[in-house]
Ligand binder design. Structure first.
Ligand SMILES: [Zn+2]
Length: 300
């Protein structure tokens, strides 16, 4: 099966000069994926907008309304880290829809990917760290509601801990949350998931992949999921501004392959989201994400 990908021009929004969020990465990633022949335009889909009812499976009615109307208190908007605008709202809704569509497609095709998403710092009632709505949580809850899955596992390999995702699924045995992240990195108040693996600053390819190989089979065994949602963050890369780890392009591709291979071995579909990436050069971040697409095409 060819790999199907979700992306949208509306994933990116204008930001003030000097803003540290790498908004150009979405368009650059789309261009690279096409230029390198990893997908044809027919396999790139615009997801449209998520339904409010789907958002409400995870988020409070008040929070969804405040985000949508632009009436979040200033400190809550600041905590998200992106300025409010109609485009900000459109982006937030579309990113969720992209992950919803990718999870649905993964159930049929084995692997599918949103060229955005993994907004794991979003909680039920607030956002932080550039995350507004929790796309992964909404996608999982939606498939559970529709009876398409019973159990899910989140494999979160962004360098930052998935605190929002962990809080949303706390106490819910149907969703296993696994996060491998920098011990000394944001968020400084971590919310325990089902399994957290903390990494020292400067962790390199071999050490990282050894830790992953040690834990991944156990995660899949204990979670026994009908679907894995994989957050393939680019921020463990050695030239990331925020990551503090030392993974190479090759190490990150081996990471992606290890996750997809482990899932294929036990027949579990995987939906991939790109999550974070803050390379000093945005093209490095785009290379990591493009390589994730490259690896995913081999498993589709
Ligand atoms: Zn991150």
């Amino acid at each position: 099966m060819p790999l199907h990908l979700w992306t949208s021009a509306k994933y990116a929004i204008p930001l003030p000069d000097g803003h540290r969020f790498p908004m150009p990465k979405y368009a650059l990633l789309r261009e690279r994926v096409l230029a390198e022949g990893l997908a044809t335009p027919e396999r790139l889909h615009d997801p449209g907008r998520a339904a409010v009812d789907d958002l409400l499976l995870v988020h409070t009615r008040e929070y969804v309304r405040y985000v949508t109307d632009g009436t979040l208190p200033a400190d809550a908007q600041r905590r998200i880290g992106l300025p409010w605008s109609p485009a900000f709202v459109e982006r937030a809704y579309r990113v969720v829809a992209g992950t919803c569509a990718a999870t649905e497609a993964a159930l049929d095709a084995g692997v599918a990917m949103n060229l955005a998403g993994g907004t794991h710092h979003a909680f039920a009632d607030h956002g932080e760290g550039f995350c507004t709505f929790n796309d992964v949580a909404v996608a999982i809850r939606r498939l559970q509601r529709d009876g398409r899955i019973r159990r899910a596992a989140v494999v979160d390999l962004d360098v930052h801990q998935g605190n929002g995702t962990h809080a949303i699924f706390a106490g819910d045995a149907s969703v296993y949350t696994f996060s491998m992240h920098g011990a000394r990195n944001f968020p400084f108040h971590k919310v325990p998931g089902t399994l957290d693996v903390e990494l020292e600053d400067g962790t390199d390819d071999d050490a990282y992949l050894a830790r992953l190989a040690e834990h991944l089979p156990r995660v899949l065994h204990e979670a026994s999921p009908d679907l894995v949602v994989y957050l393939a963050g680019a921020d463990p890369h050695e030239r990331d501004r925020l990551g503090r780890l030392r993974l190479t392009f090759d190490g990150l591709m081996r990471r992606d392959a290890m996750v997809l291979e482990a899932c294929r071995e036990v027949g579990i579909p995987v939906a991939v989201t790109i999550a974070g990436g803050y390379g000093r050069d945005v093209h490095d971040t785009v290379t990591v994400h493009t390589n994730t697409v490259r690896v995913a095409t081999a498993f589709a």
